[in-house]
Design a protein around this ligand. Structure first.
Ligand code: BES
Ligand code: MN
Ligand code: ZN
Length: 495
């Protein structure tokens, strides 16, 4: 996908030679007002821009985009006014969403000047790129070309060097989110364990990282019973990809794990046909982890990071695992499979045990794990579980990034519902209650004692099956790349 090229400019937005100038609007009580950065554009309209926009119906509400021809008052052809919500609530996420909505509305425009960067440069940059995202790889005819170039007006404060650094980081972050979206949006006949592993390895190799791919033979030899059990119903055998990054002056080691089910039919405990195609997104956790470790390398985080990414396709067939099977997981624990649709936790358990062998200081794992996440928190808010302190730290960071996230408990009384009649553990409880939490409790059994860990359930947030909004396109969203990247940055800084 071709992302817009970003650069910094000191030219006045009113004088800039471009197809469009993007400004922000806010809700000021009942009125629409201009966000900071639109002053010279307003002056070109004799200080009456807010009034003109109000006449056109602008309110400043989020996701509102109003276009106004400049009829020669500016060098650009149109002013694009992007709503940012309430004036008192203006923060980076509001800028990111407005920039995204503007970029989307500007498809077909070659060159755009954005004043949103004067409010928050990084957010305006990320939003501009992510809002322009389109996945056209499988269309014979592409739609309107995304914006080609966005000139971001320099913020008044901070040095030129700071601005360049912020732009570089924002570009890399947007690229990681885009990579994740591309993986998620690639259909399951094109993205299956072997091809996913190869693409992940190519990406990591290009970033100078160490990569190891365990194929089915290597997995059998090492005893990855969860990954093999889930993967054996498919003609396309499973993989586990390991990617290692050793940053400069690393004092902490972080293990990353992500669920890579390239398609989840449910297996023998098959899912209903309605919306089953959305299970192409069941590798979103894996995609986010691969993109994030590559991002950490590009931004040279002073950390050691090892990603362990299990990949399998969950299919029903004569070779598939069945309800009643007992699997011996990597490390030796046994699991009675009562529902083959609770497959994510099985491949994750293997990966978590393997990741624990590296003796990390933190373990971050993410997965499209349960429908219960959507039931309890909705489609946009990840459920965050784990060891108490680290869970709360990650949840606070998730909220700050704008991706969202909410801390959820692991209630002890649910643990006994995972007891098995013949094995160490069953993969599901016998009831529907607290299914997101039960899945978290299952995973906890495989986390080394005392290791700070977090499990981020992104069943809903990873995939937008509705209309585009803000900088979020239809399909893969790239959540939780920005959260994990911010957690890594926080660990690099504060230990
Ligand atoms: N991949 C699904 C979870 C999911 C549901 C992701 C909806 C995205 C949207 C997972 O493998 C699954 O099937 N979970 C079951 C577990 C149940 C059998 C205990 C669920 O949540 O229904
Ligand atoms: Mn499933
Ligand atoms: Zn699944």
């Amino acid at each position: 996908m071709s992302a817009p090229k970003l650069s910094l400019t000191t030219t006045s937005a009113a004088a800039a030679d471009a197809g469009a100038v993007v400004i922000g609007t806010v809700q000021d009580g009942e009125d629409v007002a201009l966000a900071p950065g639109a002053e010279d554009v307003d002056a070109a309209f004799d200080g009456r821009l807010a009034e003109v926009l109000a006449t056109l119906g602008a309110t400043g509400k989020p996701d509102e985009v109003v276009k106004l021809p400049t009829i020669g008052r500016l060098a650009a052809d149109v002013v694009v006014a992007a709503g940012m919500g309430k004036a008192g609530e203006l923060g980076p996420e509001q800028v990111r969403r407005a920039a995204g909505a503007a970029s989307r509305a500007l498809a077909g425009t070659r060159r755009v000047v954005s004043t949103l960067s004067t409010v928050d440069l990084s957010a305006a940059a990320e939003g501009a790129v992510l809002g322009a995202y389109a996945f056209d790889e499988f269309r014979s005819e592409r739609g309107d070309a995304p914006v080609e170039r966005v000139d971001l007006v320099n913020p008044a404060d901070g040095s030129a060097k700071d601005h360049r650094a912020a732009l570089k980081a924002a570009t890399a972050i947007a690229e990681a989110v885009t990579t994740t979206r591309d993986f998620v949006n690639t259909p399951p006949n094109h993205l299956y364990p072997a091809s996913f592993a190869e693409r992940a390895a190519a990406l990591a190799n290009d970033a100078g990282l160490e990569v190891e791919i365990l194929d089915e033979k290597a997995l059998r030899k090492a005893g990855f019973g969860g990954v093999l059990g889930v993967g054996m119903g498919s003609t396309r055998p499973p993989r586990v990809v390991r990617i290692a990054y050793r940053g400069p002056k690393a004092r902490k080691k972080v293990a990353l794990v992500g669920k890579g089910i390239t398609f989840d039919t449910g297996g023998i405990s098959i899912k209903p046909a309605s919306h089953m195609e959305e299970m192409t997104s069941d590798m979103s956790g894996a995609a986010a982890i691969v993109a994030t470790v590559v991002l950490a390398a590009k931004l040279r985080y002073p950390l050691e990071i090892v990603a362990t990414v299990p990949m399998a396709e969950n299919m029903p067939s004569g070779a598939a695992y069945r309800p009643g099977d007992v699997l011996t997981m990597y490390g030796g624990k046994t699991v009675e499979v009562l529902n083959t649709d609770a497959e994510g936790r099985l491949i994750l358990a293997d990966a978590i045990v393997r990741a624990g062998e590296d003796e990390p200081d933190y373990l971050i794992e993410t997965a499209t794990l349960t429908g219960g996440q959507i039931v309890s928190l909705g489609r946009r808010t990840p459920g965050i579980m784990g060891s108490d302190e680290f869970r709360d730290r990650v949840a606070a960071i998730a909220k700050a990034t704008g991706e969202g996230g909410w801390p959820m408990p692991l209630p002890e009384e649910l643990r006994r519902d995972l007891d098995s009649k013949l094995a160490d553990l069953s993969n599901v409880t016998g009831h529907r209650w607290g299914s997101m939490l039960a899945a978290g409790l299952f995973l906890r059994e495989f986390v080394p004692e005392g290791l700070p860990w977090v499990h981020i359930d992104i069943a809903g947030p990873a995939y937008n099956n509705g209309s585009p909004w803000g900088y979020t396109a239809k399909g893969g969203t790239g959540v939780p790349v920005r959260t994990i990247a911010a957690v890594l940055a926080d660990i690099a800084e504060n230990g």
